[in-house]
Design a protein around this ligand. Structure first.
Ligand SMILES: *Cc1c(COP(=O)(O)O)cnc(C)c1O
Length: 459
């Protein structure tokens, strides 16, 4: 993987000012926010790496497409332009637009999940997990063991463990598994891709058991690009053809268009089964809107139709993946550990290795995230014990996640090399005095999804 920074395959026509407020102001803002980066105002952030979801920059073609938006309630031209793109790229028989990815998951779960049914995947994203649970179902994560080792350079760390999947199906049986999934790339596991070989094996196992196979396709284009770059036999296959092959293996997909379709809002739900599609349309009408707009404005559908193709553009993908690898390499060169290899959409700093003196119950990745804002006005997101540690009701002990990560998530087409150099330089400064950083404790924490609203105090 290249470590040189590629020239952006675009030039900049519209700008959005950003400002680094003074160190004293940053300290005040941190105190006011209870040291929770979610509670900061966006205007007080210099470089925002909280998420790549809906934060991308639309192109001139997408902005032009907005003006063509047809706001007819039913059968709008915008819908038919999106339909043509969806059929061309994904090849499923039926689809509905949704307002974002979790709406597609909600509708799919409403149609298929019942109490005590299981839905296996490599790793469910948190909204997918929650939507399955909200219907009484049970999500299961069956990713390969290599995914848990941050230093392991396996090229397809998002792969499903096929032996675990077979054993899982043998244990619960087809009647208890309404559908099976896989997430490409595996967001919850470091943005790591799934190989085509693995996707084929997964499809075969599901189909032999008579279980419908759904892909969580939020970052399918990045995954297909990794297949082209890393998997034998795909070097000369276009990313679009790889995508067609990938989706030909599945019975349907849900997708957050806020990722690889480079729009600020939108999602998709695609299926081949006609009866399921009827049920999906009924749920959609109840929750989102008429099946030809699905909770979006006509102009949003048009921006998505254009963005789907731009997200597949190989010059763009080469730039995006190299940009992520560049930031990871700069950190690694300075001895800052990150999950290997660099994933598609984010660099994950292994905070428990950088700050070994802060125990997990004092939140090392939270400490690093706060310090990154204090030092440079940069916002990342803690993916560690603040987010995932939980009290086991059975034995009344705390269970901590294996890794304490600070995720630096890269919005699409937004920041340039100098921004990434600034992020790397800031982290290097912090590393040189890492042993002086201290942990945090909660002053307030709600029971569920506490990372969003918790408040902290430095120890
Ligand atoms: C973002 C995301 C979702 C949920 O999509 P939203 O548009 O945020 O509702 C689902 N799965 C994966 C893998 C995601 O990254």
């Amino acid at each position: 993987m290249t470590t040189t920074y590629p020239p952006e395959p675009f030039r900049i026509k519209v700008t959005e000012p950003i400002r680094l407020i003074s160190r004293e102001e940053r300290e005040t803002k941190l105190k006011e926010a209870g040291y929770n980066l979610f509670a900061l105002k966006a205007e007080d952030i210099f470089i925002d790496l909280l998420t790549d979801s809906g934060t991308g920059a639309m192109s001139q073609e997408q902005w032009a497409a907005l003006m063509r938006g047809d706001e007819s309630y039913a059968g709008a031209r915008s819908y038919h332009r999106l339909k043509a793109a969806v059929e061309d790229i994904f090849g499923f028989k039926y689809f509905v637009p949704t307002h974002q990815g979790r709406a597609a998951e909600n509708i799919l779960s409403a149609c298929l999940v019942k109490p005590n049914l299981w839905v296996p995947s490599n790793m469910h994203f948190d909204t997918t997990d929650a939507n399955i649970r909200a219907r009484g179902g049970r999500p299961a994560n069956l990713v390969i063991d290599e995914a848990a080792d941050p230093a392991n350079p396996h090229p397809f760390k998002g792969n499903m463990d096929i032996a675990k999947l077979k054993a899982f199906i043998a244990k619960y049986g087809r009647e208890k598994i309404p559908f099976g999934m896989i997430t490409v790339t595996n967001n919850a596991g470091g943005g790591q891709p799934v190989s085509m070989e693995n996707l084929k094996a997964v499809a075969e196992v599901y189909h032999e058991a008579g279980i419908p196979f759904f892909i969580d396709a939020a970052r399918y284009a990045e995954n297909c690009y990794f297949i082209q770059q890393r998997e034998p036999g795909y070097k000369h296959v276009s990313v679009k053809d790889i995508a067609r092959e990938m989706f030909s293996l599945a019975d349907g997909m849900c997708m957050s268009a806020k990722k690889d379709a480079i729009v600020n809002i939108g999602g998709l739900l695609c299926v081949n089964d006609e009866i399921l599609f009827q049920n999906i349309k009924n749920e959609l009408i109840l929750r989102e809107g008429f099946p030809t707009y699905g909770g979006l404005a006509g102009r949003d559908l048009d921006a998505m139709a254009v963005g789907l193709y731009e997200g597949l553009d190989e010059n763009y993908l080469a730039y995006r993946i190299a940009q992520t690898a560049y930031l990871a390499q700069r950190l690694n060169d300075a001895g800052i550990p990150t999950i290997q290899p660099a994933g598609g959409h984010a660099v994950y700093v292994v905070a428990n290795q950088l700050l070994p003196h802060i125990p997990n119950y004092e939140f090392p990745a939270q400490s690093l995230g706060v310090e990154l804002y204090r030092e440079g006005g940069i916002r990342g997101v803690e993916i560690g014990s603040v987010m995932f540690a939980c009290l086991d009701p059975e034995d009344n002990t705390w269970h901590y996640p294996a890794l304490e990560l600070l995720r630096l998530t890269i919005p699409r087409r937004v920041y340039t090399q100098s921004h990434f150099d600034y992020v790397a330089d800031t982290l290097c400064k912090i590393k040189s005095r890492a042993s002086g950083l201290r942990g945090y404790k909660f002053t307030y924490a709600p029971e569920l999804l506490r990372h969003f609203t918790a408040r902290f105090e430095p120890l």
